[in-house]
Ligand binder design. Sequence first.
Ligand SMILES: Cc1cc2nc3c(=O)[nH]c(=O)nc-3n(C[C@H](O)[C@H](O)[C@H](O)COP(=O)(O)OP(=O)(O)OC[C@H]3O[C@@H](n4cnc5c(N)ncnc54)[C@H](O)[C@@H]3O)c2cc1C
Ligand SMILES: NC(=O)c1ccc[n+]([C@@H]2O[C@H](COP(=O)([O-])OP(=O)(O)OC[C@H]3O[C@@H](n4cnc5c(N)ncnc54)[C@H](OP(=O)(O)O)[C@@H]3O)[C@@H](O)[C@H]2O)c1
Length: 420
Amino acid sequence: MENLFQLGDHEDFFSRRCIWVNGPVIVGAGPSGLATAACLREQGVPFVVLERADCIASLWQKRTYDRLKLHLPKQFCQLPKLPFPEDFPEYPTKRQFIDYLESYAKHFEIKPKFNECVQSARYDETSGLWRVKTVSSIRTEVEYICRWLVVATGENAECVTPDIQGLTDFGGQVMHACEYKSGEKFKGKKVLVVGCGNSGMEVSLDLCNHNASPAMVVRSAVHVLPREICGKSTFELAVLMMKWLPLWVVDKLMLIMAWFVLGNTESYGLKRPSMGPLKLKNSMGKTPVLDIGALEKIRSGDIQVVPGIKRFSCGQVELVNGQKLDIDSVVLATGYRSNVPSWLQESEFFSKNGFPKAPFPHGWRGKAGLYAVGFTKRGLSGASSDAMRIAEDIGNVWKQETKQKKKTTRACHRRCISQL
Ligand SMILES: Cc1cc2nc3c(=O)[nH]c(=O)nc-3n(C[C@H](O)[C@H](O)[C@H](O)COP(=O)(O)OP(=O)(O)OC[C@H]3O[C@@H](n4cnc5c(N)ncnc54)[C@H](O)[C@@H]3O)c2cc1C
Ligand SMILES: NC(=O)c1ccc[n+]([C@@H]2O[C@H](COP(=O)([O-])OP(=O)(O)OC[C@H]3O[C@@H](n4cnc5c(N)ncnc54)[C@H](OP(=O)(O)O)[C@@H]3O)[C@@H](O)[C@H]2O)c1
């Protein structure tokens, strides 16, 4: 226990359950945490996964709508070491993806510690160890002590709910897109959908399909691309073209192809940003919308496109152009944010917005055994490559040190709860 006794603030240390983890602690059991755990398992490195929810992939299981499908072809969405089943369609449904993740966790014997929300994590310089404090749903506090910390809490950990003037006086139903399941309950209702990212577009489409009347707030420019061009995934085409052509050329070609398939989106109130879709994604992290039918509904007038919001009042919204709309409900499809700054006490590797400071591809490894997986704004394929790198990095050190330890057999009294 020599390392543990060297830790600072002793009183705090002895007042809660304290567990030594032989290997890394992974925070988050979403696709990123699971992929890292699976790759560590293959390297023979033990680990512990801490998850605030009561299930794996809680974003997918609890905070997404029913009609959701992966919007990239399946080969770009599977996690390392275990492909999707062959009979999966090109764009797996949310249920299929969750089933795959469940079998993935089972296959690699990943058993996260559920209902454990990480409250804080800090590096203890004296001992050279990470101290990770959690609180469980029954308010029990536990402190995990480990040498490596893998942050896998996701780019979309918390909902962004903007403070819009008068929203509290509105009186009707207001929900974030993460609570929206289906348009069934909105039949015949006038719904204001705030935001025109992939969520705003798909929620608006779903509302239409359930005979509701959505008005979608588009306050700035947005790139809408078809999900497929001539039967080939737009994303796949872009990946292919980028092997041969510079990014700005690919951007130009994408926009020409989008124009042929979708027409001039500006004529429907969807102004395009001056920067191309791929450059915008790479530099600002803003994902283009991959259209799966919303544009057709905008064209037909079933989805009304409206400008930014000035204020809400009882049963009404006033827009920046002075127009007033009577509405029954509001869906805030206003996006998500990382929650890392709320619990990780570190400011060198992560910036204030909860993303690693180093640009891609350098944002996966920090100092003192700190790692980040799934923060490159490259979706599931980005998370998979981070996971493989992290596991290899930790695995190399692990193998070297366990070889040495076998030679110099030392007594070890630490309580080990790792899953190996
Ligand atoms: C509606 C929607 C659709 C999407 N569709 C696609 C798609 O088709 N393709 C694609 O590539 N990407 C898509 N994404 C992006 C999505 O973020 C990734 O697919 C994927 O979920 C990222 O995995 P992750 O593990 O990094 O994050 P998450 O899936 O968010 O998992 C993070 C986990 O960490 C847990 N956690 C957070 N904070 C704590 C804490 N303090 N303590 C303990 N646990 C914590 C969370 O409960 C969660 O289970 C979509 C996102 C949304 C919102
Ligand atoms: N099928 C799929 O695979 C699928 C489906 C849904 C989501 N996703 C993914 O999930 C992630 C999140 O997507 P998202 O659509 O939820 O969020 P998002 O891409 O961040 O979009 C948020 C939208 O809300 C708008 N907004 C924010 N605050 C506003 C305000 N006060 N007034 C008016 N508009 C406001 C933004 O406008 P500005 O641009 O002006 O800020 C933007 O249009 C993305 O990576 C996305 O690709 C994927």
